[in-house]
Design a protein around this ligand. Structure first.
Ligand code: BGC
Ligand code: BGC
Length: 843
């Protein structure tokens, strides 16, 4: 533990802390903190009247009430009655949690929920002090949990726009839409400086360079909260902002989400903390502790960074909220007990789990016993009450505020106009051979690719659901897809746009716009091990090449949460636009790509890369200022219509050589399910029942242990024909199996057919909600001799071609049928045997 130690500060600190040391190393550390971290002057000044009010409230609160204030429960796990009973200070809705569990909850439903929780917190029948509850939400690209809200481009796109004033407007709009639903507090902006683009949260960052992050962070805070020190500060149209995740989240080893940042303290400040500097100056009222550790210590347990650096040195007087059950990962802690975090300076637990009541009870006991010192709990509660008072929460309930319930505010036309501007300004033109762009709108335009008419895909993670998956265009009323915009503009100019996802056509188009890229993901689910786009599958490349081979000029619109290695896709495109994750206003793209009907440029490209673009799939650490800096497109790159592009069509397509010998056979079932995989059966409702002992069954399918070469080394599967039944190998965490796909591996298992008849059996691989592909194996099985064991192999590519993302497999193998049949299987694995042609092949 790092300690501050001059005698005076020690005396002050020691009231709050258990231990305090006086040795020399600590003295050295104190001086490093004062040299590296600046004292910051905030736009929000201390107000002695307000402080007196807070002190008075605090003096009347019991320990039980104080502990309630420092606990934030999750909407799924808490009721207004709980808020009353436990004096809870806060709730949050995690990604994909909605009022009444209803994805289609209306603004009025959100507001009613906020009002009910607020009223419960203000009910002082039991004699407790009435303290308003504060509700926090992840409005990270607009109010993204609410159907119909304006969805702005994710931060990576805003970073390319290089327009701090626009970013401030976006923040203000987001605040207003959040206010309309009665919510007081936003968990944004993310001010991570992203160093390794394998990180699944790359798109939540504005840039790899602290310059952009610093220029934006303060502006966002001002936009969200209103300017500190003026009347608009936290008035009824603004909400509290959070800078997150403190600190170093964008610099973990290997780009691993929640990993360890090993940078020196100077680098931690220079690279990863610049957003905090401008945000604290602008008066941000909350800071979220990060899941990551710094030099081996979890931030949620770092007294040095949370207390000494952030609060004491930089002068932060708001409160530090934890991240989703983040305290449980501190050494010696669990989800239900973590005095260490509070003592280190965390002011509010994000107690997202169903067991928050136990955390409450344990924390109360720790306060009563002095394990959490009185000074510390008082300080935490003071900070929370200070922010609540500043936010005016004592003065009005959610439904009394002027924007409350205003449907017209959610997704308002003027908000969407700003989002469209942001889309336009975020687009980065990487290639424009022979000035193919801008296009003539009166042309005959083909729109291809699975992103062309797919608002969920263009919006990315943190969109209605946590992962951004499971949505259809109907879930985005008022929004437009990229196709919508092109079609509208083309038709207005006498041209036409035809949508054809697979690129087939009847009338030969003048030009094809192909929209493709990453499917939505959030947090660690987006961590990857190579920067190669669609490794081992190159499905979209095939589409580009098909069009190109027919002599059709190809414009690629690449949707992604990070730069990826796309040399082959660039070679196969005449023009190439990095569009990032533009959000709900897809038609902003047409406004740049297509000329006006008078033939003029409508809007030019303005976006400049805020992330370096790789020239190789393994350029993981590639950042401006590197000693050996060899990107394909450097930081700051971006063509406009005036530029003459000279990019060659012959960029190297050589992927890093994989040492296939490093790839041991990947075993999924060998006598038994191999960890982490567990064998279950699923019924037609997809309810899983796990194999145990020597069998498992539901009404659709049964699995029994059987003998092949040795005792119980295989499984006999019987489908009853009563409905869809599946045999599933599953793990709730995702496993990155991409290297098997890259090595052209096959799914292989031994199979014995007992009864098949006309039944259809498919093999399926899954990669999280809505991400899966099946291959019909019945034909192959039917060709087999009955009651005889033989191996069957299927190219993994067959699954990748149909949408499986091998970066994040949660079901590496399953067998599905709905008609009566009986087979046995054994030895399930991914193998790469380049000499043998698969039984079912897709190469
Ligand atoms: C994320 C945060 C988010 C929180 C609440 C966490 O898992 O790391 O960014 O604010 O959940 O949803
Ligand atoms: C929640 C997210 C949260 C995540 C953390 C999810 O279930 O919906 O908001 O960030 O868990 O693991």
């Amino acid at each position: 533990m790092r300690m501050l130690t001059s005698v005076i500060s020690c005396a002050v600190l020691c009231q709050a802390l258990v231990a305090c040391s006086n040795d020399e190393s600590a003295v050295a550390e104190q001086s490093s903190s004062t040299q590296i971290w600046p004292a910051i002057t905030s736009d929000v000044k201390t107000d002695s009247q307000l402080e007196d009010k807070v002190a008075d409230l605090l003096s009347r609160m019991s320990s039980a009430e104080k502990v309630g204030q420092i606990i934030q429960a999750e909407l799924k796990q808490v009721t207004p009655q709980d808020v009353y009973d436990y004096h809870l200070g806060s709730i949050l809705n995690g990604g994909g949690t909605f009022p009444n569990n209803d994805k289609y909850a209306t603004p009025a439903d959100w507001l009613a929920t906020a009002e009910a929780f607020y009223q419960a917190s203000m009910d002082d029948t039991d004699g407790a002090v009435a303290i308003p509850l504060i509700w926090g939400t992840d409005a990270v690209h607009g109010h993204n949990n609410v159907i119909g809200a304006t969805l702005f481009p994710h931060n990576i796109g805003l970073g390319a726009a290089r327009n701090p004033d626009l970013i401030e407007r976006i923040a203000a709009i987001t605040s207003a839409e959040v206010q309309a639903t009665g919510i007081d507090w936003i968990f944004a902006p993310t001010v991570a400086t992203v160093r390794d683009d394998r990180w699944g949260r790359s798109y939540e960052g504005y840039s790899e360079d602290p310059e952009v992050v610093k220029a934006y962070a303060g502006k966002i805070v001002t936009g969200m909260q209103g300017r500190g020190g003026t009347e608009e500060f936290l008035d009824d149209t603004h909400v509290i902002s959070t800078v997150k995740h403190f600190v170093g989240d964008g610099g973990t080893e290997g780009g691993v989400d929640r990993g360890d940042n090993t940078d020196s303290e100077q680098e931690l400040f220079d690279i990863h903390a610049q957003g905090y500097v401008s945000a604290l100056e602008a008066g941000v009222q909350s800071v979220m502790a990060s899941f990551n550790s710094w030099q081996g210590e979890k931030l949620h347990g770092s007294e040095y960074l949370m207390t000494q650096v952030l609060k004491q040195r930089m002068g932060f007087d708001g409160f530090v909220v934890g991240d989703w059950n983040g305290h449980s990962f501190v050494d010696g802690c669990s989800s239900i007990s973590c005095p260490q975090s509070i003592n280190a300076g965390l002011d509010m637990f994000m107690a997202s789990e169903p067991d928050w009541k136990e955390l409450y009870a344990n924390t109360l006991a720790q306060v009563n016993s002095g394990e959490i010192p009185a000074a510390r709990i008082n300080d935490a509660v003071t900070r929370i009450l200070r922010v609540k008072t500043r936010a005016g929460l004592f003065e009005s309930s959610p439904s009394q505020r002027p924007l409350a319930g205003r449907n017209d505010v959610i997704g308002a036309a003027e908000h969407r106009n700003v989002a469209r501007q942001a889309v336009r300004e975020s687009l980065v033109l990487l290639k424009n051979k022979d000035s193919l762009l801008p296009l003539d709108p009166s042309a005959n335009i083909l729109l291809a690719g699975d992103g062309a008419d797919n608002i969920g895909k263009q919006a990315g993670g943190w969109t209605i659901s946590w992962q951004g998956t499971g949505n259809t265009n109907e879930d985005f009323p008022g929004a437009s897809s990229i196709f919508d915009g092109i079609q509208k503009t083309a038709e207005a100019a006498g041209g036409q746009a035809i949508l054809s996802v697979d690129g087939s056509f009847e009338t030969r188009p003048d030009v094809a716009i192909v929209v493709f890229g990453e499917n939505p993901y959030a947090e660690g689910h987006g961590d990857i091990s190579t920067l190669e786009y669609q490794p081992g599958s190159h499905r979209d490349l095939a589409l580009l090449k098909r069009l190109k081979a027919q002599g059709i000029p190809v414009v690629s619109i690449f949707l992604s949460g990070r730069p990826l290695w796309v040399n082959a896709e660039l070679n196969a495109s005449d023009a190439f636009v990095a569009a990032w994750l533009p959000g709900s206003e897809g038609d902003g793209i047409a406004e740049v790509l297509l000329k006006t009907s008078a033939g003029d440029v409508n809007h030019d490209f303005k976006g400049k890369l805020s992330f370096s673009w790789p020239n190789k799939a393994d350029q993981f650490l590639l950042n401006r200022g590197d000693a050996d800096y060899q990107p394909l497109f450097p930081y700051g790159y971006g063509l406009s219509y005036e530029d003459v592009d000279t990019l060659s069509d012959e960029l190297s397509e050589k992927a890093p050589v994989l040492n296939k010998d490093d790839l041991a056979v990947y075993k999924i079932f060998n006598r038994t399910a191999i960890a982490p995989w567990k064998l279950s059966v699923a019924d037609s409702e997809n309810v899983l029942t796990q194999f145990s002992g020597n069998r498992v069954e539901n009404s659709e399918v049964s699995v029994l242990a059987a003998d092949k070469d040795s005792q119980e080394d295989s499984r006999k599967v019987t489908w009853s024909g009563k409905g869809l039944g599946a045999v599933v190998f599953k793990n709730s965490d995702r496993t990155d199996l991409i290297k098997y796909l890259q090595a052209s591996a096959q799914l292989s298992f031994d199979v014995r057919v007992h009864e098949l008849n006309e039944s259809e059996i498919t093999a399926r691989i899954e990669c999280g909600a809505g991400c899966q592909a099946s291959v019909d194996i019945s034909g192959e099985l039917r060709s087999r001799e009955l009651n005889t064991w033989a191996p069957i192999t299927i190219d993994l590519k067959c699954f990748a071609d149909n949408g499986v993302d091998f970066n994040k497999i949660d079901v590496p193998f399953s067998l599905i049928s709905q008609s009566a049949s009986k087979i046995a299987f054994s030895n399930v694995s991914y193998v790469h045997d380049s000499d043998s042609q698969s039984d079912i092949s897709c190469t």
